[in-house]
Design a protein. Structure first.
Length: 212
């Protein structure tokens, strides 16, 4: 069990590092988009390369952050049944979901996207636009690579759940502390409560009542 825990923590560190690096693509996407819009609007300059670079950064952002988001339980979950079950039953469901759905699905995507990327590389695929970007295989390789990291995050979660289900109390508590810290970090990222802000203002309750 100690080995499983160490492997899970090692995968965790790799996936988190990749996700944090890829997250910078979001800033680059914003900068390129703003520059493209401003130059088109005010200087009547257009660039197909910039437009294509925008979706390149978008692809990098979502592909390489998929695994990070799953590992940190940041994906949106619509739980109608699971939340009412015992904690141990939830662990079994997560374990089964990874083994039966997540990892096999990632394997299929990786298999077909490698062939997809290789064909692009073999034919030296370029943009359909004459003024677009070349070497299209580079951005296409983000698909198999991104799903490899997602599969690795699934493996890390599987190892965690095995430790929680069958490991000694000391290791189970360690996993619990890790997951609790991650959950608190996600919960801290909340939208402002505008209804509460309205009621905090003088006369807010009266105005709110009139609106309702």
């Amino acid at each position: 069990m100690e080995l499983l825990m160490r492997v899970s923590e090692g995968l965790d560190r790799i996936i988190v590092k990749v996700g944090k690096i890829a997250a910078w693509a979001g800033l680059l996407l914003i900068l390129v988009t703003v520059f493209d819009v401003v130059t088109r609007r005010f200087f009547v300059l257009g660039s197909t390369k910039l437009q294509e670079l925008e979706w390149h950064f978008h692809t990098i952002l979502f592909a390489f952050c998929l695994g990070f988001a799953y590992l940190k339980d940041a994906h949106v979950r619509i739980d109608l049944v699971r939340e009412n079950l015992s904690e141990r039953t939830q662990w079994w469901i997560e374990l089964a979901g990874c083994l039966l759905f997540l990892i096999p699905y990632c394997a299929l995507v990786i298999y077909f996207s490698i062939e997809y990327t290789y064909k692009s590389f073999a034919t030296n695929e370029v943009s359909a636009s004459a003024t677009g970007l070349t070497h299209r295989w580079i951005i296409k390789s983000a698909i198999p690579l991104g799903f490899i990291f997602l599969a690795l995050s699934g493996v890390a979660v599987v190892l965690r759940k095995i430790v929680e289900l069958f490991g000694p109390e000391r290791l189970r508590q360690k996993v619990h502390d890790i997951e609790e810290a991650e959950a608190e970090h996600i919960e801290d990222i909340t939208l402002p409560d505008f209804d509460k802000q309205d009621t905090d203002k003088p006369g807010g309750d009266k105005q709110g009542g009139e609106r309702r």
